[in-house]
Design a protein around this ligand. Structure first.
Ligand code: PHE
Length: 464
C-alpha cells in the first residue's frame, strides 16, 4: 500500500463501509416505490435474483481490481498495464460525480423531513411539492449534508469512513427493526405483507425485469468504480468473495426489511401502492400523524433520521471515488482533494435543486423521444444511474474476463482465501463475469439507450 494512502483497519470495517455505501436511499426510498409500481412480490423476486446472479460477480471483480492495484479506478486500469481501458475509470468517476450531485439533494429532503417531523409539522407530506421547490431551504440542508460528508471523507479511510460506518450501520438496523415491529401491529398490516411476499407471476413483464435489474445495480453501488476504490484500501489478507457476499446480503436484507416496514403502513392507510417517488415522502407523514402528538414525532423522527443516515454512508462513499482519484493521480492532499471535489459536486447539484419547481427551464428541462418530459434531476439520474452504471458494469466484466484475464482475477481472489481455488463458487463467478454479465448488462445498456433516448420501445417486443 502506498505510504500515506491509508486503508481500512479491519475486514469488518471494510464490509460495513461498503454495505453502508450500498444501503441508502435506494433501499429505503426507491426500492419500496419500485416494488409498488412493479406489482409487488414478483418484482422483489426478480430484484433478488439479479442482485445475486449479476451484481455480486461484478462486485467481486471491482474489489479484486481495486485491491490488486491499490489505486483509484483510473489508476487501477493503468497499473494493470491497460492504459486504453482507463476510460472505464473516467466513466465511473463521472458517474460518481453526477450521482452525488443529485443524491445529495434527495438526502437533503430526508434530513429536512426529519427536522419537520420532529417539530410536529405532519402536513409536510401534503407540502412535498412546495418543500422540494423551496430551494433556499433545500439548499441549506444540502449544504449541511455535503459539508458533513466532506468532513468525514477528509478524515481519511479508517478514522472517517470506517468509524462513521461502524456507528451508523448498526443503528440503522436497530431503527428498521423497531419500525417493522410497530408497522406489524397496524390494522391491515397482513394485507401489506401478502402484497409484498406472495408473487403473482403474471406481473412479470419486460418492464418489470428491466427496472428490477436497474434497481439491483443502483442499490448495490456497482458500476462506478466505487467498490474498486474501497477495495484499494482492503488488506491483502481479506477474503474478497466472502466480503462481497456479506455486502450483497446486507444490502438485500435492508431493502427487503424496508418493504416489511413500508407496505404495512401503506395498506393500513389504504394508500395506492404505485405512488412513485412520493410514496414515502407524501404518505408517511400522515401515518406518523396518526400516532399522536408524542409518538408521532418520535417514530417519524426515527424513520427520517434512518433515511438520512442511510443516505449519509452512501454520500460518503460516492465522494471518496473522485477524492481518491485526485489524491492518487493529481497528488493532492486528502483534505484539499475532498473539499475541492465537494464544492465542485455541490455546484453541479444546484441545477438539480432548482429543477423541482424553482426554475421553470430546469423543471421542464428536456423532452426525450422515449422517456418523455423530465426535469434536470431526473435527466442526470437517467444519464448516470440508468445509463452509465450498467455500461460500466458491462465494461468491467468484459475487461476482467478478456483483458485482465480470468487467471489473474482468480489469483487475486485467492489471496486471503486459498480455499476458493477450484471451488464451485469460483467457477460460478468466472462464468458470470465471462458470459452472464456481459450479455445481460450489455443488453440493458442498449435497451436503455433505445428506449429512453431514441424512443424505440424494445421492451414492448417482449411478452407483457
Ligand atoms: N447504493 C446507494 C443506494 O442504494 C446509492 C449509490 C449508488 C451509492 C451508486 C453509490 C453508488 O442508495
Amino acid at each position: 500500500m502506498s505510504i500515506g494512502r491509508g486503508g481500512f483497519s479491519s475486514r469488518l470495517g471494510f464490509i460495513l463501509a461498503a454495505a453502508g455505501s450500498a444501503v441508502g436511499l435506494g433501499n429505503i426510498w426507491k426500492f419500496p416505490f419500485e416494488v409498488g409500481q412493479g406489482g409487488g412480490a414478483a418484482f422483489v423476486l426478480m430484484y433478488l435474483v439479479f442482485c445475486f446472479v449479476l451484481c455480486f460477480p461484478v462486485m467481486v471483480a471491482e474489489i479484486a481490481i481495486g485491491r490488486k492495484t491499490q489505486l483509484n479506478p483510473v489508476g487501477a486500469f493503468k497499473a494493470l498495464g491497460h492504459r486504453k481501458w482507463a476510460f472505464i475509470g473516467y466513466l465511473g468517476i463521472a458517474s460518481a460525480v453526477l450521482i452525488l450531485s443529485f443524491y445529495n439533494v434527495v438526502a437533503a429532503w430526508a434530513f429536512g423531513y426529519f427536522v419537520e417531523i420532529v417539530l410536529g409539522h405532519f402536513d409536510i407530506g401534503q407540502r412535498f411539492g412546495e418543500f422540494t421547490a423551496d430551494w433556499i431551504t433545500v439548499g441549506g440542508y444540502s449544504t449541511i449534508f455535503m459539508m458533513a460528508t466532506a468532513y468525514v471523507v477528509s478524515r481519511g479511510v479508517s478514522d472517517g469512513i470506517e468509524r462513521a460506518a461502524k456507528i451508523l450501520m448498526p443503528s440503522l438496523f436497530v431503527m428498521i427493526l423497531v419500525l417493522i415491529l410497530y408497522a406489524l401491529t397496524l390494522p391491515n398490516a397482513m394485507e401489506g405483507i401478502r402484497f409484498y411476499i406472495v408473487p403473482d407471476f403474471s406481473q412479470i413483464t419486460g418492464v418489470v425485469v428491466y427496472s428490477a435489474l436497474g434497481q439491483a445495480f443502483f442499490s448495490l453501488s456497482v458500476g462506478m468504480g466505487l467498490l474498486m476504490t474501497y477495495g484499494s484500501y482492503l488488506s491483502k489478507k481479506a477474503n474478497i468473495v466472502s466480503a462481497a457476499a456479506f455486502i450483497t446480503l446486507m444490502d438485500v436484507s435492508v431493502a427487503t426489511l424496508a418493504g416489511f416496514m413500508i407496505f404495512p403502513f401503506v395498506f393500513s392507510l389504504g394508500i395506492e401502492t404505485d405512488g412513485g417517488p412520493g410514496l414515502i415522502f407524501v404518505t408517511l407523514p400522515g401515518v406518523f400523524e396518526s400516532l399522536g402528538p408524542i409518538f408521532g414525532p418520535i417514530v417519524g423522527g426515527v424513520f427520517f433520521l434512518l433515511l438520512a443516515f442511510a443516505a449519509f454512508t452512501s454520500t460518503i462513499s460516492v465522494l471518496e471515488v473522485p477524492t481518491a482519484y485526485m489524491i492518487d493521480e493529481k497528488k493532492m492532499k486528502r483534505s484539499n482533494a475532498t473539499w475541492l471535489v465537494a464544492i465542485f459536486v455541490f455546484i453541479l447539484g444546484i441545477p438539480s435543486m432548482l429543477s423541482m419547481g424553482a426554475v421553470d427551464a430546469l423543471t421542464h428541462f428536456i423532452d426525450l423521444p422515449g422517456a418523455g418530459e423530465m426535469n434536470f434531476m431526473d435527466f442526470v439520474s437517467l444519464i448516470s444511474s440508468d445509463t452509465f452504471l450498467p455500461l460500466v458494469g458491462f465494461l468491467i466484466a468484459v475487461f476482467t474476463a478478456y483483458v485482465w484475464k480470468t487467471e489473474n482475477f482468480n489469483l487475486e481472489i485467492a489471496n486471503g482465501d486459498q480455499s476458493i481455488k477450484g471451488s464451485w463458487l469460483q467457477s460460478y463467478v468466472n462464468f458470470a463475469i465471462g458470459y452472464i454479465c456481459p450479455v445481460l448488462l450489455g443488453s440493458i445498456f442498449i435497451v436503455t439507450v433505445f428506449d429512453n433516448f431514441l424512443g424505440i420501445k424494445v421492451l414492448t417486443l417482449l411478452p407483457g
